[in-house]
Ligand binder design. Structure first.
Ligand code: ZN
Ligand code: ZN
Length: 198
């Protein structure tokens, strides 16, 4: 399987056997630490749960037969029809990725890859514990990753938190916070925070 990672904006490959899939969802992690997808077996179908480039969660259902017999399946987002990844025989998947627009593939060179990896991993941990959010009426917080910074944006009210991701200090500043909760329509640069927001 090859899937696009909304956190580091790269395609990541996962090699596994269909026999490894079961009723309990199996998590697939990107090299950047982000949890990209889960796959579980349900009632003669496989459910692939993954994220669009915009960070929206989508669930794709495939009949057993389709997963077991198709040399290549393309994973599309249900709404926009964007390609989220490929599933199938390893060589077919590699070929499909190579054929894609190079924009989709171009590796994003981080200024400080190790710093970025730790920052994204921590944000992912906060997100999975529901510690990232916005206090507006209809919060929809997504993450934008740039070579030198990360931005959390609420697409409903436009609030954002911008954090630099180049130095050890940037990592420590983020790690000192146990929660990132934005106020509606606010814009904050993490380096200027004196104390954690609530
Ligand atoms: Zn990633
Ligand atoms: Zn909001």
């Amino acid at each position: 399987m090859a899937i696009y990672c909304p956190a580091c904006e790269q395609v990541h490959f996962h090699q596994f056997s269909l026999f490894e899939l079961s009723n309990s969802p199996r998590a697939f992690h990107c090299a950047c630490g982000f949890t990209q997808a889960h796959i579980a077996k349900h009632n003669h179908r496989y459910e692939i749960s993954l994220l669009t480039a915009a960070g929206d969660r989508v669930r794709l259902l495939f009949p057993f037969r389709e997963i077991w017999s198709a040399p290549l399946l393309t994973l599309y987002s249900p709404g926009e029809g964007d390609i989220l990844g490929f599933f199938g025989d390893a060589d077919q998947v590699e070929e499909a990725v190579a054929d894609l627009d190079s924009d989709f593939l171009e590796p994003e060179d981080f200024f400080a890859p190790e710093v970025m990896t730790r920052i994204l991993a921590y944000l992912q941990k906060l997100a999975s514990n529901h510690k990232i959010g916005c206090t507006c009426s209809n919060p929809a917080v997504g993450i934008d990753v740039y070579p030198d910074k990360v931005e959390l944006v609420c697409s409903h009210c436009g609030s954002a938190i911008l954090m630099s991701a180049v130095s050890e200090e940037d990592v420590n500043r983020l790690l000192s916070l146990s929660e990132l909760r934005m106020k509606p329509a606010s814009y904050i640069y993490l380096g200027e925070w004196l104390k954690p927001i609530r």
